[in-house]
Design a protein around this ligand. Structure first.
Ligand code: PEP
Ligand code: MG
Length: 591
């Protein structure tokens, strides 16, 4: 198969050093032993037993242990990731109490005299198959949960570790096929030096997690990384997307030096994180955060965020059985607005569709979900989805500085329809005698090429733009952002994407409105001089990227940045763009 991102492996026969090239997903360097995050396969043996009563007791004891384990996982998930991921484990706990399932297990042990491992495995399997047979996506996902939970009990019965995470005892570089939210909850993050996964792209769960923990990560590195022996020394370069196996002394020294240099740059940047980002010639730039929940709001403030440029509200909707009602949303948004006081919080309305599904909405399957009824299209087709969110936002914005932003806009008529819906909500609330926020700024995301083309007209309809380069690059390059085979194409460093960013900024300023950027590009050190030079007003990024972004801005003048931007727009490839910024702005070169 032809792919644009070949994972390459080179081996130096004389030294045995192996380089694996993947995709740099979170910057930084890690050096240490490899830890293979591979689950030990469970082999369930079927055997007759002699004492069914004792076997049932053995099963009940295992059930109790599994419940305790889940209780701990749940508490850890709530503490580290917030309610949305924790709810998966609540569902698992419920399953361990399911009377139907337990009745089946008991019958197999007592009537068929079957061992407990086989009894729970078979009962869960037939339950899971029944769920799958219903051909409903939501129930299909539940089938995976049933199997997962049964496997947990089997592991207890067989005395196998609940997850490879429990075996991690030394600071290591984690190698895995890919990591799910449940895998990562169990990892002791203080022992994780970095991540390298065989699969996934820049927006995979592992990549996002690594960036939010400020740990280096390489994704899409190919299956050969799973063959690397445990304990083998590896060097992980999350900036260049390289994993070096069995490095020689010289390589280790070189990377250690780089690691120290990067650490001291970041340390200096963190010391000034709370100070504003002002260029050498006195231009003040706003640096704000991308967050998903109230925990993110707190870490954003600590990182020096001057507000929120993108609140991804999906967190309230995912991993649950039903839509959150207006009251629940109001409380969640208000809690975030309260963290920021007078600072701006841009609430992006629901962006569902594409790779984010809400099984409980029972939406029709689409051939190309990224090109389908996603985000504002879905919300306008089903106003009952959007209205509670808009009502909650109007109420949550009373005391703070809340702004509302609509995603995936491609036409003027969509903005008009969304605004009408907002006004309808305002009127309804007022008629009900409820207090609502006064003047709320309304913005849209510019993430579809059609919106860039129409940006001058769109600028007449809103108060601000925020450029979403994650989607803008996938739609411009016609390359699915979740497909590792084309992931290398999906980068905001593509000159084609940079030209669209320039056009958007020009159109916004021509129309007298301000413009931000909240795609991953805004937090990329090498992109910052270009975006500054293009005249971007607001940079919105993952909180850990904020201190360095501010520091890079402080070291530039607007004229220098303009020159870099001019050259970048003339470059032919993303590599050439990155190279020229490295040459021109050494402060942005974090290698
Ligand atoms: C984007 O598309 O750049 C963006 C910020 O939105 P999301 O990544 O949530 O699609
Ligand atoms: Mg987007």
């Amino acid at each position: 198969m032809m792919t644009t991102q070949e994972t390459t492996e080179t081996r130096d026969e004389s030294t045995g050093v192996i380089d694996v090239q993947g995709i740099g997903a979170s910057p930084g360097i890690a050096i240490g032993p490899a830890f293979q995050f591979a689950k030990v396969e469970v082999d369930v043996e079927r055997r007759p037993i002699e004492n069914p009563a004792a076997e049932w007791e053995r099963f009940e004891a295992a059930l109790e242990t599994a419940r305790e384990q889940l209780g701990q996982v749940l508490a850890k998930a709530e503490e580290e990731t917030g309610a949305e991921e924790a709810s998966i484990f609540e569902a698992h706990l419920m399953m361990l109490k399911d009377p139907e399932l337990l009745k089946e297990v008991r019958a197999a042990i007592e009537d068929e005299e079957l061992n407990a491992e086989a009894a729970i495995h078979e009962a869960a399997e037939s339950y899971a198959q029944m769920l799958e047979a219903m051909e409903d996506e939501y129930l299909g996902a539940r089938a995976a949960d049933v199997r997962d939970v049964a496997e947990r009990v089997v592991r207890v019965l067989l005395d196998l570790p609940q997850s490879p995470a429990a075996e991690l005892s030394d600071r290591s570089v984690i190698l895995a096929r890919d990591l799910t939210p449940s895998d990562t909850v169990l990892l002791d993050k203080s022992l994780v030096l970095g991540f390298c996964t065989a699969e996934g792209g820049k927006t995979s769960h592992t990549a996002i997690l690594a960036r939010s923990l400020a740990l280096p990560a390489v994704v899409g590195a190919g299956r050969e990384i799973l063959e690397i022996p445990e304990g083998e020394t590896v060097v992980l370069d999350g900036t260049a997307g390289i994993l070096i196996v069995r490095p020689d002394e010289e390589t280790v020294e070189e990377y250690q030096e780089r690691q120290e240099r990067i650490a001291s740059t970041l340390e200096k940047a963190r010391e000034k994180a709370d100070e504003p980002a002002m260029t050498r010639d006195g231009k003040r730039v706003e640096v704000v955060a991308n967050i998903g929940n109230v925990a993110g709001a707190q870490s954003a403030v600590e990182a020096g965020a001057e507000g929120v440029g993108l609140l991804r509200t999906e967190f309230l909707y995912l991993e649950r059985d039903a839509l959150p009602d207006e009251e629940e949303q109001y409380k969640a948004y208000k809690a975030i607005v309260d963290v920021f006081g007078d600072l701006p919080v841009i609430l992006r309305t629901l962006d569902i569709g594409g790779d984010k599904e809400l099984p409980y909405l029972d939406l029709p399957q689409e051939m190309n979900p990224f090109l389908g009824v996603r985000a504002i299209r879905l919300c306008l087709a089903r106003p009952e989805l959007l209205k509670p969110q808009l009502r909650a936002a109007l109420r949550a914005g009373i005391d703070g500085n809340l702004k509302i932003m609509f995603p995936m806009v491609s036409r003027v008529s969509e903005v008009e329809a969304a605004r009408e819906l907002l006004e309808e909500c305002r009127r309804e609330l007022e008629d009900e005698g409820q207090e609502v926020a006064g003047d709320i700024e309304i913005g849209i995301m510019i993430e579809i090429p059609a919106a860039v083309v129409m940006a001058d007209r769109l600028a007449e309809t809103v108060d601000f733009f925020s450029i979403g380069t994650n989607d803008l690059s996938q739609y411009t390059m016609a390359a699915d952002r979740t497909n590792a085979d084309v992931a290398a194409l999906v980068t905001g460093f593509q000159p084609a994407v940079l030209r669209l960013v320039r056009d958007t900024i020009e159109a916004a300023h021509g129309g007298g409105i301000w413009v931000g950027l909240c795609g991953e590009l805004a937090g990329e050190p090498l992109a910052i001089p270009i975006l500054l030079g293009l005249g971007l007003d607001e940079f919105s990024m993952n909180p850990p990227a904020i201190p360095l972004a501010k520091q890079i801005i402080r070291q530039l003048t607007v004229d220098e940045a303009r020159e870099v931007a001019r050259e970048a727009l003339r470059a032919e490839s993303p590599e050439a763009v990155e190279e020229l910024v490295r040459e021109r702005v050494p402060a942005a070169d974090l290698r």
